[in-house]
Design a binder for this molecule. Structure first.
Ligand SMILES: [Zn+2]
Length: 314
């Protein structure tokens, strides 16, 4: 890259639980250049920066607000700092919060002051194939389609969780709604990064403009943090109940019985999963959990009681 060429930028967008951080991990695992990632979380605690900690990239945490609106100022100052570096990153990936409108974020890169330094390469709109019809018919429909409508590529994720017939129906629904959007399928975040990055696919002219900002004030978050280790047996027992209390929940947990690792807890819709993650030496052993949902849809008292009950007796 010559000194003056703008840094390419890819935006990862998609509704809560679409698989953005799985895809980001996959890209970073196969990194062939110096990436910087900006990870935006709507809640006060950023779980996804914990997840990228094991990869050698620079991660910048923009939490406690949505990158397309409330923390846009912090994004601009982050971009200014990045470009002034002696050794700026070769590629920038921005992972939006699950409620962000990528259109609003894209406009940041169309500004005169930013354009000479950053080139928006593409917007990846992720859609969970297994949750597709629920989102398409539910209360989040408009935001869901606004997110996909701004995408340069639609990435259908979790295709391994649906039947070939369901997948066909999902593809058909997308091509009806977005006839021009190239759609790619991804199972377990596995897609060659070269297919979706540095593609020069972003087209300013075809960027649709949503009529209103749909999420401001519509979503709330709840979070929990503790330095005390959790008990694995209580955790395993409680995990199944969590989806009753929040649409989307994500946590990195430290469990007493497994001191050398972390547990990644995820709730997306009715699906709950608990995975093992390596423990990164430099990280403090703090368990962090964030839940996001429509205002009034998170049972914060139940969640609080649930996680406090998981703390292992010392
Ligand atoms: Zn926003």
């Amino acid at each position: 890259m010559t000194e003056n060429s703008p840094i390419p930028v890819t935006i990862l967008s998609g509704f809560l639980g679409a698989g953005k951080s799985t895809l980001l991990s996959h890209i970073l695992k196969h990194a062939d250049r110096r990436y910087a990632v900006i990870v935006n979380d709507f809640g006060e605690i950023n779980i996804d920066t914990e997840l990228v900690a094991e990869y050698s990239c620079e991660s910048i945490d923009l939490s406690n607000g949505c990158i397309c609106c409330s923390v846009q100022g912090s994004l601009l100052s982050t971009l200014n700092k990045l470009k002034e570096r002696e050794n700026p990153p070769e590629y920038l990936i921005i992972e939006c919060s699950g409620v962000a409108e990528p259109f609003n974020l894209a406009t940041v890169f169309l500004g005169h002051a930013i354009r000479p330094h950053f080139r928006l390469d593409g917007i990846l709109g992720l859609a969970d194939a297994s949750a597709f019809f629920e989102l398409n018919e539910g209360e989040h429909r408009e935001l869901f389609w606004n997110q996909l409508g701004a995408a340069s590529f639609v990435l259908l994720t979790k295709t391994d969780l649906v039947s070939p017939e369901q997948l066909r129906q999902v593809r058909e629904a997308i091509s009806q709604e977005l006839p021009k959007a190239p759609t790619l399928e991804v199972a377990q975040g596995e897609i060659p990064p070269s297919l979706i990055l540095d593609s020069r696919i972003f087209d300013e002219v075809s960027l649709p403009q949503p009529s209103k900002n749909l999420h401001l004030g519509n979503y709330q978050s709840w979070n929990f943090q503790t330095e005390q280790p959790l008990s694995i047996s209580v955790l395993q027992k409680q995990v199944k109940k969590l989806s009753n209390h929040a649409l989307r929940l994500k946590g990195v947990l430290h469990v007493k019985e497994r001191p050398g690792e972390r547990a990644l807890l995820q709730v997306a819709g009715r699906r709950t999963s608990l995975e093992r993650l390596p423990l990164v030496d430099s990280q403090a052993k703090i368990s962090k959990v964030v839940a996001i949902g429509r205002v009034g849809s998170i049972n914060t008292e139940a969640l609080q009681a649930c996680f406090e009950g998981m703390i292992a007796p010392s």
